[in-house]
Design a protein around this ligand. Structure first.
Ligand SMILES: Nc1ncnc2c1ncn2[C@@H]1O[C@H](COP(=O)(O)OP(=O)(O)OP(=O)(O)O)[C@@H](O)[C@H]1O
Ligand SMILES: [Mg+2]
Length: 244
């Protein structure tokens, strides 16, 4: 049997009895544990509390009640990207290297160029970042999150406007990182095929709570929860196509 200490070691973030009220919305999470070095997916309808839970994990919001434990994660080890990227009023290059600069690290020019080139942004280093297309802004936002090699990343709908090839490239990049030096991810997405392919565990949100946690198969295809079955019945993907 595992000791408490061993159990403690195995998670990156743990929320217990967390409550947060925002206007009419009430978030209530009894126990949400994110195992270290795993890719977690948050899924669920609009307004179910995914982004609010993510902001609590990041410390952007404070809970009204309950505890949020972050194991060995300081503010400089974690990052969150959002659907509408917040970009500095500066060039693509300046945005990309910003996380290194604030950490007192010098950008490695070859690494920066290679990252930009990998995602078709090599000619845009000097462009005003906010003039990029929305998919390009999302790519920049992802690269900016990855460049400083964080240990905990929350990706909130950041791949939603990217073309399929770019999404695939990021998926490869994420899996590559996991093979070499696993970090902890939260991927919030309405693209179920994407979370199914990538995530080790899914957490299904409903009206401010986590209704179920489990593997992609357990949550998407084997759940007996009526609400999850209803949610899935609206989705275009079926078991076969989700695996493609
Ligand atoms: N500042 C705010 N003032 C009032 N209500 C808010 C505020 N921020 C969030 N909410 C409400 O909290 C609820 C949960 O929002 P949240 O952003 O966590 O949902 P979500 O699951 O991320 O949804 P989506 O899939 O649309 O991104 C929503 O009903 C939202 O309107
Ligand atoms: Mg959201």
């Amino acid at each position: 049997m595992r000791t408490t200490e061993e159990t403690r070691q195995s998670f990156a973030i743990r929320m217990r009895n967390v409550e947060k009220r925002i206007g009419e919305f009430q978030l209530k999470i009894e126990d949400l544990t994110l195992e270290e070095g795993r890719i977690h997916g948050f899924i669920g309808g609009n307004g179910s509390g995914k982004t609010t839970a993510a902001k609590l994990m990041m410390g952007i919001l404070s809970p009204d009640a309950g505890t949020i434990e972050r194991k060995d994660l300081g503010p400089r080890d974690i990052t969150m990207t959002s659907q509408r990227p917040y970009l500095l009023h500066d060039t693509v290059y300046a945005n990309l290297v910003y996380p290194l600069r604030v950490r007192g690290r010098k950008p490695e020019e070859s690494q920066v160029r290679a990252l930009l080139a990998r995602f078709g942004l090599e000619d845009k280093a000097k462009q005003y970042a906010r003039s990029l297309s929305s998919g390009e802004q999302q790519k920049l936002s992802m690269l900016r999150a990855l460049i400083f090699e964080p240990r905990f990343l929350i990706i909130d709908e950041t791949l939603s406007n990217m073309d399929p090839e770019s999404v695939e490239q990021f998926e490869e990049m994420i899996l590559d990182i996991q093979k070499k030096n696993p970090v902890t991810w939260v991927i919030i997405s309405h693209r179920l095929s994407h979370v199914y392919r990538l995530c080790d565990r899914l957490h299904f949100f409903s009206r401010g709570s986590v209704l179920a946690s489990g593997t992609g198969d357990e949550i998407l295809f084997k759940s007996s929860e009526p609400e999850i079955r209803r949610f899935m019945s609206k989705e275009m993907i079926r078991s076969g196509s989700a695996e493609s």
